[in-house]
Design a protein around this ligand. Structure first.
Ligand SMILES: [Zn+2]
Length: 96
């Protein structure tokens, strides 16, 4: 992690998101609902200094995804992305 930045890249969300998604979301392409940029989720700017995590668009900074663990529940907000596109030929088994 670069000491001058206060975020990680989207790859750092892989562990938490694997609790929700059966596929690796970090390799998926997401489209920002604000600016329309299409980028791999791994390129998102990930902020962990909050309850849970927040992923922001690397182009405009708009919130793409929020995930919070509260008691026994996981709250997932994907309203910042218009779509996620997965290449099923590149998916590997998350447990291997
Ligand atoms: Zn954007």
């Amino acid at each position: 992690m670069n000491a001058s930045l206060n975020y990680l890249d989207g790859n750092a969300a892989a562990g938490e998101l694997s609790r929700v998604f059966a596929v690796d979301i970090t390799s998926a392409e997401g489209q920002c609902a604000n600016c329309g940029a299409k980028r791999r989720f791994a390129e998102a700017h990930l902020y962990l200094q909050c309850p849970g995590l927040v992923a922001r668009c690397p182009v405009c900074g708009h919130m793409l995804l929020r995930l919070a663990n509260i008691q026994e529940r996981v709250f997932l907000d994907l309203c910042g992305m218009t779509r996620l596109t997965f290449d099923t030929t590149k998916q590997s088994n998350a447990t291997s």
